[in-house]
Design a protein around this ligand. Structure first.
Ligand code: BTN
Length: 265
């Protein structure tokens, strides 16, 4: 499937071999916002909204998500049959699938920075945002959006993102076909999601070998303040436990993490 195919199929439903139903757009406000509209009306699990650009991409903690051409922006509708307390593990599932795909197909040293960034050599390659809501029938659902930097170039990033963000093209020195990546990602995700529902895959435990945060000295900023310490555990539900010294272990459910050099404490 090439870029032209996407253009021709604008807004038309396509069925991926592994069961996902995909709606392609060249540009939308936010793939997650569009998918929420479908979900609210009662759409079943498995719908995916994909766009090549977003005008109002949303990031975590109310931030915007810069969605330049060259990136891949998608949101997936899930209605997991497992307890909804497993919601915090879904971003780990997405990150795990992407990390393993990048490692196996492109030999890239992809890792996960808690809570849900995929990084390569310390630079952000992808971000994940999971939102839970209720449809008009009172049924819960999850919309998980993922933005992956694929063919953006170093010079296209605004000043404040330069040096902090990367793309696959920057890492591999070659442009990639984003449709191939999308299709392989969805194929792997379907398998991993099925295993997750069956209880044979624990994405939090499985991601630990790729964690860029565990064991690091960290600075965590969240709504209540700034905290410093050593990241000692990522719990089974995905929260981060930090040894802040003096016998104090704090547990974080969200926040911005910066890894610190040993001598900065
Ligand atoms: C983050 O802050 O790191 C999470 C970013 C999530 C961005 C993706 S792009 C596709 C989907 N649509 C959105 O508006 N946001 C998510």
């Amino acid at each position: 499937m090439d870029e032209l195919f996407i253009e021709k199929r604008e807004g038309v439903l396509i069925r991926h071999p592994s069961g996902w139903k995909i709606l392609f757009f060249s540009a939308v406000s936010s793939t997650s916002s569009i998918l929420h509209q479908w979900a609210k009306k009662g759409e079943e699990e498995g719908l995916v909204v994909v766009a090549k650009r977003q005008h109002q991409g949303r990031g975590r903690q109310g931030r915007s998500w810069l969605s330049l051409p060259g990136g891949l922006y998608m949101s997936l509708l899930l209605r997991p049959t497992t307890a909804f307390h497993s919601v915090g593990r879904i971003p780990f599932l997405f990150a795990l699938v992407l990390i393993q795909l990048l490692r196996e197909s492109y030999s890239l040293p992809a890792v996960m920075k808690w809570p849900n960034d995929v990084q390569i050599k310390g630079k952000k390659l992808a971000g994940i945002l999971t939102e839970m809501s209720v449809d008009k029938h009172g049924r819960s659902y999850l919309v998980t959006g993922i933005g992956i930097n694929i063919n953006q170039r170093e010079e296209s990033w605004p000043h404040d993102l330069k040096g902090q963000t990367t793309s696959l093209a920057q890492e591999l020195q070659v442009d990639l076909n984003s449709n191939d990546l999308l299709f392989f990602f969805l194929q792997r995700l379907e398998k991993a999601y099925r295993m997750f529902l069956q209880g044979s895959l624990d994405p939090v435990a499985a991601h630990l070998q790729y964690s860029a945060t565990l064991g690091q000295r960290v600075h965590i900023k969240n709504g209540t303040g700034d905290y410093y310490g050593q990241a000692v555990e990522i719990t089974p539900t995905g929260s981060l436990r930090v040894d802040c010294g003096g016998g104090i272990i704090r547990e974080f459910f969200t926040g911005e993490v910066t890894a610190r050099k040993m001598d900065s404490f």
